[in-house]
Design a protein around this ligand. Structure first.
Ligand code: ASP
Length: 583
């Protein structure tokens, strides 16, 4: 027997028991006649004590143990004279009478402590050591419990988990496919699923009514901020549902996770906002509504007074930073620098200070009268003590820059607390997005998303104005889930492919299997998928999804531990009928 107990388990009531523990040497301390060792396993840390006077041989052996040695000890549980209230096992220690080294360890390249001294790359290379640290371990435990509770909820609502294939034909979800060459079909390739979208729809056609799956998805994207080429979805689909049924079911699931994992209960239904409103008020389709500071548009108000920045602008608008009227020159300059960063893309910032004395000051006095300024303050809702921050320019770019500025101000003012959670449904997304470079429409969600019934006639006359029957769940500015009611009629689906620039032949070649399925009695259906990685990182209070993934890739999409991707042998290439073109 390797152990009678774990290292996190023993308490004062166990004093006097003879036990066997196994684990890793976390730390050892020699204090004169005594040697103390912290023994660690997944469940916790227990202090071992060796006494030089009682057993000099054993104590000598203990002193030779290095960090991360794997050992087994036999001993007796004793009450500690020097208790440590910070450790769950802090009231006891084990007086060891037998020690066995199960495996030695070379010195780890960084300390296995909550706050490690290892840099990112080093910890990724030795991920199995990093995973020994409490912060990562706790994240993986949390992730496990989230998946478990999600399944619990779905099981109690008649969902069944169905596995869908990983080697498939391409499903466009707006990214590039990863492809896998087929040895048995020379020159042909499978794609890895960007999501199980078409399969879950076929499961509805098959009549299974409620499907879920915790599933890996693969997207070959340029790795922008905090994306992984492979990630996990909680993927769901339901039959005979309207949008309202879906929102209701999944609000229940999200509420279940909050309640069971964070002990947070939402009293009210999640607020809802249309895409148009989100863009106008927050410049984003995933607004962080933990704080206000909504945009106010002033385009019509400020023009015609000769101010050369505002007069030609397509859009002028701003936010009010509460209580910031006394910002110093330096603070104001910092904000201007911030908006001019290429990632933010602003041209500049106009400030108006509303002094606590009620006097408005700005650099625009040449163009606007005190009454004008008062009027602007009134429209934006600024009051004494506030600072108004205005931007102008092309509408789309200015809204985006204002969004970044708003988030920055929210952070500076401490309004984005990690222990406050504000979910929001964003609805009525446009169905299509125009790509100016390629002069064609793309599906904003994916090509299987249904238009809103009342907008279907617009497909022929003004496709850009068609709203989709699609919804996103946003929490604290993160898109946690997204889905839609699907098209389930052959003709509408074909029409959608045509609008997206597919010829009927192309559509048939790529999606014939789905279109054909619609001929055999497809029920109305819809679904949603949640990003499990992002959801877990939100619950864990982590900024990066990497911290909740056991073996993530780095920013260049590499697994630097296993050193993948890598080359394959000439023989393998030959088998796959593949020749490498060196460019
Ligand atoms: N397949 C979609 C996605 O991955 C989700 C859905 O529409 O259910 O975003």
């Amino acid at each position: 027997m390797y152990r009678t107990n774990t290292c996190g388990e023993l308490r004062l009531v166990d004093a006097g028991k003879k036990v066997i523990l196994s684990g890793w040497v976390q730390r050892s301390r020699d204090l004169g006649g005594m040697t103390f060792i912290d023994l660690r396993d997944r469940y916790g840390v227990t202090q071992l004590v060796f006494n030089m006077e009682l057993d000099p041989g054993l104590c000598g052996e203990a002193r030779n143990l290095g960090r991360e040695f794997v050992v087994q000890v036999h001993g007796e549980v004793m009450e500690r004279s020097n208790k440590n209230p910070k450790m769950p096992t802090g009231e006891i220690e084990i007086r060891v009478n037998r020690l066995m080294v199960l495996n030695s360890a070379i010195t780890p390249p960084f300390t296995i402590e909550d706050e490690s001294d290892g840099g990112d790359e080093l910890r990724m290379k030795y991920r199995y050591l990093d995973l020994r640290r409490n912060p990562l371990k706790n994240n993986l435990l949390l992730r496990h419990r989230m998946a478990f509770e999600a399944r619990n909820y779905f099981n109690s609502h008649d969902f069944i988990e169905v596995e869908t294939p990983v080697l498939i034909k391409s499903t466009p979800e707006g990214a590039r496919d990863f492809v896998v060459p087929s040895r048995t079909n020379p020159g042909q390739f499978y794609a890895l699923p960007q999501s199980p979208q078409t399969f879950k729809q076929l499961i509805m056609v098959a009549g299974y009514d409620r499907y879920m799956q915790i599933v890996k998805c693969f997207r070959d994207e340029d790795l922008r901020a905090d994306r992984q080429p492979e990630f996990t979805q909680i993927d769901c689909e339901m039959s005979f549902v309207h949008q309202e049924d879906i929102l209701d079911m999944f609000e229940g699931m999200v509420g279940h996770l909050f309640k069971n994992l964070l002990q947070i209960e939402f009293k009210d239904p999640f607020p809802r906002m249309t895409f148009a409103e989100a863009m106008a008020k927050y410049g984003s389709d995933k607004p962080d509504i933990r704080f206000g500071m909504e945009f106010t548009e002033l385009t019509g108000e400020v023009k015609g007074k000769g101010f050369p920045v505002f007069d030609p602008a397509e859009y002028v608008g701003g936010i009010v930073a509460p209580g910031c009227a006394e910002y110093t020159r330096k603070q104001v300059d910092e904000l201007t620098e911030f908006v001019k960063r290429p990632q933010v893309g602003g041209k500049g910032l106009v400030f108006m200070r509303y002094g606590t004395d009620g006097i408005l000051k700005s650099t625009l006095d040449r163009y606007y009268t005190p009454d004008d300024l008062k009027r602007f303050a009134g429209i934006t809702g600024a009051g004494p003590g506030d600072l108004m921050l205005l931007m102008a320019g092309d509408q789309k770019l200015t809204l985006k820059a204002l969004c970044e500025l708003r988030l920055e101000m929210g952070t500076r003012l401490g309004l984005r607390r990690k222990d406050v959670f504000k979910p929001l449904w964003v609805l009525d997304f446009p169905l299509l997005e125009w790509n100016e470079e390629e002069k064609r429409f793309y599906a904003m969600h994916h090509p299987f998303t249904s238009p809103r019934t009342e907008d279907i006639p617009l497909l022929d006359t003004d496709p850009a104005r068609v709203r989709a029957n699609a919804y996103d769940l946003v929490i604290n500015g993160n898109e946690i889930g997204g889905g839609s009611i699907r098209i389930h009629e052959e003709e509408l689906q074909k029409k959608m492919f045509r609008i997206l620039g597919f010829t009927d032949m192309d559509a048939d070649r790529q999606f014939g299997f789905l279109i054909r399925a619609f001929r055999y009695g497809a029920p109305p259906h819809g679904g949603i998928a949640f990003g499990l990685d992002r959801f877990t990182s939100l619950f864990a209070g982590e900024d990066s999804i990497r911290d909740v993934i056991a073996f993530p890739k780095n920013n260049a999409g590499r697994d630097i531990m296993a050193d993948a991707p890598g080359e394959i042998s000439e023989e393998q290439l030959k088998e796959l009928s593949i020749q490498i073109h060196k460019i």
